[in-house]
Design a protein around this ligand. Sequence first.
Ligand code: AMP
Length: 141
Amino acid sequence: MATIFSQIVEGEIPARVVYEDETTMAFLDANPLAPGHTLVIPKDEYERLNDVPDDLATDLYATLQKVIPAVEEAVDAPASNVAFNNGEAAGQEVPHVHGHIIPRFDGDGGNPIHAIAGSPPNLDDDELDDIAERISANSRT
Ligand code: AMP
């Protein structure tokens, strides 16, 4: 079944669309965490950021770059958090890649992105070396 965001792309359900091109779209989040909270998506349905093909990933990043300053300016925000919940365990509810642009204001009582995970782990040097080694090996093309 098409995701709710594909239904927005198809015009089957309404949304406050703020940007659209051939491959990407941005619209206001229906439950904004701040005025101007915007979602940026690839029109094609991919569940995770790492599933998105290279060309489309380039388009998605270009749209983020365009829309971030547009959002900040529209609500007079000096900053924003830009984040993807990448997978269910990370809080992703809609299985269609979407970047959140959440405008931030001085003294808004919010937190930096460091506050989203649980208790920080206590890792010794050997464990850090091992993790770094494994990530590096997995990242090689
Ligand atoms: P996530 O937890 O990262 O999957 O976030 C999904 C986001 O989609 C939430 O912030 C919802 O408020 C938002 N959302 C769900 N349905 C709609 C909709 N029809 N239009 C706009 N935003 C939506």
